[in-house]
Write a protein that binds this ligand. Structure first.
Ligand code: AMP
Ligand code: MG
Length: 312
């Protein structure tokens, strides 16, 4: 199949309406979208990514009123988060309506819903005229794509279209919060931090990474975010041993010489550069990648989550 590359949201949306699958930019990472009410298209998404069928997809909406087409009821905590953080890098898990196909949610009776804030994404979703399911637009297990070029690296010839936009602002996947229980539970950390969530609902708990969180969010058990190179975490300022056939990313200049070194001015910049850096190291065939650890505040918690998973 030829993959059509365009910067026109209307042209990209036409592929969705014709039952195709389209990669598109968002402020978190690039997504691979299909019409949520079209099971055949959804199957194509799993196939193109080689994604395990037990990993549920996130529904993307252009407007808050579309949420009601997907969920039975909006829990009170979810309503408060929608008010505070939509549109934005936040996914809320809610009880699903029967019209949302089981293949989209891996058989769960819940659906994760997000409303992206990137203006081009909004234009594209609005032109589609339907909510989309959209996982990250990468081959499963690889680092998520934060540029349209990274999408093509993995999926050229396997998807109908790529909508070209700017690089993803945050560079890490959305925060996922389960709103179906007595209190909200963070299943995956992201740019909306636990501190942000608690400022709206102080009862919010953090289950990301523990066994209960994994049981409630099947996707978290799969291997993720992994470059081919071996990833090693280093404490800020600590020396490490290398023959130079390596990459380094962090907030401080290392004393050691690496083939590819990225020094970031802030944790936010580090987060947005990470996945592209992983891909660049793989393109260069480097053996080892050294990543400086950061403090787990704000987006630092999400960054450390992705770094730990890349090490596994
Ligand atoms: P991706 O779209 O590749 O970033 O992966 C989606 C993530 O959201 C996975 O970790 C899923 O487990 C999680 N997720 C999506 N839908 C649900 C749901 N209904 N309940 C719990 N977790 C979900
Ligand atoms: Mg993914």
């Amino acid at each position: 199949m030829d993959t059509f590359v365009t910067d026109s949201p209307a042209d990209a949306a036409a592929f969705i309406r014709g039952g195709g699958i389209v990669a598109f930019p968002t402020e978190t990472v690039y997504g691979l979208g299909a019409n949520i009410f079209d099971e055949e298209s959804i199957r194509k998404v799993f196939e193109a990514k080689n994604r395990p069928a037990d990993n549920p997809l996130i529904a993307h909406v252009s407007d808050p009123f579309q949420i009601e087409r997907l969920v039975n009821a909006i829990p009170r905590s979810a309503a408060a988060f929608i008010e505070a953080f939509f549109p934005g890098p936040l996914t809320l898990v809610m009880p699903k309506r029967p019209e949302v196909p089981d293949v989209a949610t891996a058989g769960l009776d819940t659906v994760g819903v997000r409303m992206p804030g990137e203006p081009l994404t909004h234009e594209f979703l609005a032109a589609c005229g339907t909510p989309l399911v959209a996982p990250s637009a990468n081959i499963s297990g690889r680092p998520s794509p934060t540029t349209w070029q990274a999408v093509l690296e993995d999926l050229d010839g396997k998807i109908d279209c790529v909508l070209k936009g700017r690089p993803s602002h945050y560079g890490l996947e959305s925060t996922v919060v389960d709103c179906t229980g007595e209190f909200p539970v963070v299943l995956r950390p992201g740019a909306i931090s636990i501190e942000d969530l608690r400022s709206v609902d102080p009862r919010t708990e953090n289950n990301a990474g523990d066994s209960e969180g994994t049981a409630r969010s099947p996707g978290m058990k799969h291997k993720h975010y992994s470059p081919a190179a071996k990833v090693v975490l280093v404490l800020p300022g600590n020396p490490f041993n290398t023959d130079g056939d390596c990459g380094f990313i962090g907030l401080h200049n290392p004393d050691v010489k690496c083939e590819k070194t990225v020094v970031c001015a802030s944790i936010e910049e580090y987060a947005s550069a990470l996945f592209d850096f992983f891909r660049e190291c793989d393109r260069r065939g480097l053996k080892q990648i050294f990543c400086e650890t950061v403090s787990e505040e704000g987006i630092g918690a999400a960054l450390m989550d992705r770094l730990r998973r890349a090490v596994e």
